[in-house]
Design a binder for this molecule. Structure first.
Ligand code: ARG
Ligand code: GLU
Length: 732
C-alpha cells in the first residue's frame, strides 16, 4: 500500500496527464505501472481535497485544482451545486438561476401541477418565458456556503471516564452551542454533522431558497423511458431530467415566494460541454449522497446479505406479483398504483442486485481477510483498546439478528406493503396520542390523520390490498422470529381471517374511516377498538413498540459505539489506506472515468448508448417503452443539430464514480469543470457499492448532457433556455 502511494506520486511527476487520459486501466510510461483502479471509489469532503485527492484526480485526467472545486473566497464549482428539497441534487446551469435535476426528482412537483386537461407528466411541460414558470409550495433548495472542521469544539469536555450516554449528551450540547455561535449572515443557517462514525464533526453554513419554480420537463415517455424494467440496468436509454429556476429578492437573497422576486444570480454556473465523452475521460460527480455502509465488519454484511435482504426481497416480491397482475388487467388500478409500485420495486430490485454483487465480488471473504490482517497488527503492536472490537461485533450482531429481522418484517409487511395495516398504524398512533396527551393531542392528530387518509384512499383499492394482506400476513406468521410474534398470529386460518377483516372493517374506505373517526375522543377510541382490522393491527403495533423497537435501539447504540471505535482503529492500523466518511446527505465529490464493464464472462458493455437504442426498444402503446411521435420523427430525419456525434445522438453513458441514492440529479463534470452529464442511477451488478465499491463492476449511469439539450431544443423548441446557457467546446 505504501508503495502504491509512492508510485502514484512518481507517476504524477513523470507522466503527463495526457498519457493518463489516453490509456484506460493503466498508466503506461517510464514510471512504474499504476493501476488507476486503486484511486477510484470514495465520496470525499469538498473542503479537504487538497493534496491526496487533488493528486488522484489529476492522475485520472483532471486539470482542476482543489481550489477550483471548493473555495470560500473565490467562486468555485461548489457554488453551482444545490441540494434539491433535501433529497436529490441539482446544479445551476445559467447566470439566471436555471437548475437542472432528474425527472424522477422533479416528479412530485410535475405531478402536483398536472390535471386531466394539462397532464404534464404525460405530455411534458415547457415555460417559454419567466411568466410561465410555475411556483411551488413547501419546496426549497440549499447551497453550501462554507464547511468548517469543528471536531475539537464538539469533543470539548468529553473524556474517557464518561460512559457512552454521558458522552453523547455532552456532544449533543456542544453541537447546539457550536451551531449557535457559528459566524454567518442573518439569512444563512448553520448545522453540524458527524463524520467517520462520530470521529469528526463538520459545520455547514448554508443558504436556503424557497422560491423555486418549475421550468421544464419532458414527457414521462422520455424522462422515465424504460421505467421499472430498465431501472438499475445498463444499457439504458432514459432522458431522466427536469428544469427549475431559483428566484431571489431584489438583493439576490433568499425570500419567500413573491411575484416580485427575480431570477437568482449565482456565484457560479456550470458551462456545458458539447464535445461529449470517450472511454477513459475524467469525470467528477458533485452532490449529496444519502447513506452508505462501507466499514461494516464481515459479520454485518453477512447478516444483510443472507438474512435481512432475502426476507425483504421475498416480502416485496410477493406483494409486487399481486399488484402487477391487477395493474395489467385494470387501467384504473394501474394509474392508482403506478407510483407506489415503482417505489416498492425500486429497492426490491436494488437489493437483489446488491446481493448478487456482494457474492460475485467475494466481498465477505475480502472483509474477513482484512479483519485478520487487522487483528494481526493489533496483536503485534499490542493496541489494547482494539483487541476485542471484532469479537464485540460478533456478539452484538448475533444478538441483534432476530430483532433486526422482526423489525424488517414489521416495516415491510405492516408499514410498507399491506395498506390496511398501514392505515391501522396511523389510527394506533392517534390512540397513543390520546393516551399520552389527552384531548388536545387527540384533536391535532385527528386533523392530520383525516388529511393523510384523504391522500391514501385516493389511490387505494381494497380489492388489490386484500390478497396482499392474506399473502404477507401468512408470510409474517411463518417466517418472522417467534420471540417477537404477536399472539394473534398463531394457529390462524389466514384466508378466513382475511375475509372476515375485509368484509367487516370500516377502515377499507374513506367513508368508513371518516365514520370511525367522528365523535368525541372516547367514542372514537371505543369504535376503533371494535373494528376487526384495527384490533388485529393494534396487536402487531404494540409488539413493535414494546418489544422490537426498544431492544433494537438498545443494541444499535452499542453497535454504533463499537463501530465508532472500529472506524478509528482501521484508520490507525492502516494509515496508508484510503478512508472516506460514509455518506450522510452532505456535499461530496467522487471522481472516476468513463468506462464500460464486463458483467459476465464473455460479455462486454460499451460506455455509451444512442437514440438508435431507444428506437430498438420502442414498443408502440406500451407503458414503459412507448415514445412520442416527434422523437421518432427527429430520429428518422437525423435532426440532431449541434448535439449529435457523427450522425448519432448519444443518450446515456457510464463511469466509475462512486454514487448512491441522493446523487440523483448530480452533475457529471469534465476535467475542466464543464457539465457533461446528469447522474441518475447505477448498474445492477454494482449496487453493492453502498457496502463494497469495486472499480471493476460498479458504474454510475448519467444522461449525456447533449441529449438533454437536444430534447430541450429540438423536441420541445425551448430555445429560450438554450440561449441562457454557456455552451463550450473544450476539446476543440
Ligand atoms: N433507481 C433510481 C433511483 O434509485 C431511479 C428510480 C426512479 N425510476 C424508476 N423507474 N423507478 O432513484
Ligand atoms: N436513483 C438514485 C437517486 O434517486 C440514484 C441512484 C443510486 O442509488 O445510485 O438518488
Amino acid at each position: 500500500m505504501k508503495n502504491i502511494k509512492f508510485y502514484l506520486i512518481v507517476a504524477l511527476l513523470v507522466v503527463s496527464c495526457k498519457t493518463v487520459q489516453e490509456t484506460t486501466q493503466v498508466v503506461k510510461s517510464e514510471a512504474p505501472i499504476v493501476d488507476t483502479r486503486e484511486i477510484q471509489g470514495g465520496m470525499w469532503i469538498p473542503s479537504l481535497l487538497e493534496g491526496v485527492n487533488e493528486n488522484e484526480m489529476q492522475l485520472l485526467g483532471s486539470k482542476m485544482t482543489a481550489e477550483d472545486i471548493y473555495s470560500v473566497n473565490n467562486s468555485s464549482l461548489k457554488d453551482a451545486i444545490v441540494h434539491f428539497n433535501g433529497g436529490c441534487t441539482s446544479e445551476v446551469i445559467s447566470p439566471n438561476g436555471l437548475l437542472l435535476t432528474n425527472h424522477h426528482c422533479g416528479y412530485g412537483v410535475i405531478q402536483s401541477h398536472s390535471s386531466v386537461e394539462n397532464d404534464y407528466l404525460k405530455d411534458g411541460f415547457w415555460a417559454m418565458s419567466y411568466e410561465e414558470e410555475l411556483p411551488n409550495e413547501n419546496f426549497s433548495v440549499t447551497f453550501i456556503k462554507r464547511i468548517d472542521d469543528v471536531t475539537e469544539a464538539i469533543f470539548e469536555g468529553v473524556n474517557s471516564d464518561m460512559d457512552e450516554a454521558a458522552k453523547m449528551k455532552l456532544i449533543n450540547q456542544n453541537i447546539l452551542k457550536v451551531s449557535k455561535a457559528a459566524q454567518k449572515e442573518a439569512w444563512q443557517d448553520a448545522n453540524v454533522k458527524s463524520f467517520y462514525k462520530g470521529n469528526q464533526y463538520l459545520l455547514f453554513v448554508t443558504e436556503e431558497f424557497k422560491d423555486v419554480r418549475l421550468v421544464g420537463a419532458p414527457p414521462t415517455s422520455i424522462g422515465k423511458f424504460g421505467s421499472d424494467t430498465d431501472n438499475w440496468m445498463w444499457p439504458r436509454h432514459t432522458g431522466d431530467f427536469s428544469m427549475f429556476r431559483i428566484y431571489a429578492d431584489a438583493n439576490n437573497k433568499p425570500a419567500e415566494y413573491s411575484k416580485d422576486n427575480v431570477p437568482y444570480k449565482p456565484a457560479h454556473h456550470l458551462p456545458i460541454s458539447l464535445d461529449g465523452v470517450e472511454e477513459g475521460d475524467f469525470t467528477l460527480v458533485f452532490g449529496f449522497p444519502g447513506r452508505t455502509n462501507e466499514y461494516l465488519p464481515a459479520v454485518g454484511i453477512d447478516q444483510i446479505v443472507n438474512v435481512l435482504n432475502p426476507a425483504k426481497i421475498e416480502v416485496r416480491e410477493n406483494a409486487l406479483k399481486i399488484v402487477d397482475e391487477f395493474m395489467r388487467n385494470d387501467n384504473n388500478i394501474k394509474i392508482k398504483y403506478a407510483s407506489k409500485y415503482a417505489s416498492i420495486a425500486n429497492y426490491w430490485k436494488k437489493w437483489i442486485g446488491e446481493n448478487q454483487g456482494i457474492e460475485k465480488s467475494n466481498a465477505i471473504q475480502k472483509k474477513r481477510e482484512l479483519e485478520s490482517e487487522f487483528s494481526k497488527i493489533v496483536a503485534e503492536k499490542d493496541l489494547v483498546g482494539y483487541k476485542t472490537l471484532l469479537s464485540d461485533f460478533e456478539t452484538l450482531y448475533k444478538e441483534i439478528e432476530s430483532v433486526s429481522l422482526a423489525r424488517d418484517y414489521w416495516v415491510e409487511v405492516v408499514y410498507r406493503n399491506v395498506e390496511l395495516l398501514n392505515i391501522t398504524f396511523s389510527a394506533f398512533q392517534l390512540e397513543q396520542a390520546f393516551l399520552k396527551g389527552g384531548e388536545e393531542a387527540f384533536e391535532s392528530r385527528r386533523k392530520s390523520l383525516l388529511n393523510s387518509y384523504k391522500g391514501k384512499f385516493k389511490n387505494y383499492s381494497a380489492k388489490v390490498d386484500k390478497p396482499v394482506f392474506e399473502k404477507l400476513v401468512s408470510l409474517y406468521a411463518e417466517k418472522a422470529p417467534n420471540e417477537f410474534m404477536p399472539s394473534n398470529m398463531g394457529n390462524v386460518n389466514f384466508s378466513t381471517l382475511t375475509n372476515d377483516i375485509y368484509a367487516n372493517s370500516k377502515l377499507t374506505s374513506l367513508e368508513g374511516a371518516n365514520e370511525l373517526l367522528t365523535g368525541t375522543a372516547e367514542e372514537v377510541i371505543k369504535k376503533l377498538n371494535g373494528d376487526k382490522a384495527y384490533t388485529f393491527g393494534k396487536e402487531l403495533h404494540s409488539i413493535f413498540y414494546t418489544k422490537i423497537e426498544p431492544k433494537f435501539q438498545e443494541l444499535n447504540l452499542q453497535l454504533a459505539a463499537v463501530q465508532k471505535e472500529y472506524m478509528k482503529a482501521l484508520m490507525e492500523v492502516f494509515p496508508n489506506k484510503r478512508f472516506f466518511p460514509d455518506a450522510n446527505s452532505t456535499l461530496r465529490v467522487t471522481y472516476g472515468q468513463v468506462k464500460g464493464y464486463a458483467p459476465k464472462d464473455g460479455m462486454r458493455y460499451g460506455n455509451t448508448t444512442y437514440l438508435k437504442g431507444v428506437i430498438e426498444k420502442f414498443v408502440p402503446g406500451d407503458y414503459e417503452f412507448d415514445i412520442p411521435n416527434k422523437l421518432k420523427e427527429l430520429y428518422d430525419s437525423k435532426d440532431f443539430g449541434q448535439y449529435g456525434d457523427n450522425g448519432k445522438m448519444p443518450v446515456n453513458f457510464i463511469g466509475t464514480n462512486h454514487t448512491t441514492g441522493g446523487n440523483s440529479g448530480s452533475p457529471a463534470i469534465d476535467a475542466h469543470g464543464n457539465l457533461i452529464g446528469l447522474n441518475f442511477d447505477r448498474v445492477w451488478e454494482g449496487t453493492m457499492s453502498d457496502m463494497n465499491y469495486d472499480p471493476d463492476i460498479c458504474r454510475n449511469i448519467m444522461v449525456d448532457i447533449r441529449y438533454v439539450l437536444f430534447i430541450v431544443d429540438k423536441y420541445a423548441g425551448a430555445k429560450n433556455l438554450i440561449d441562457e446557457m454557456t455552451l463550450v467546446h473544450p476539446k476543440k
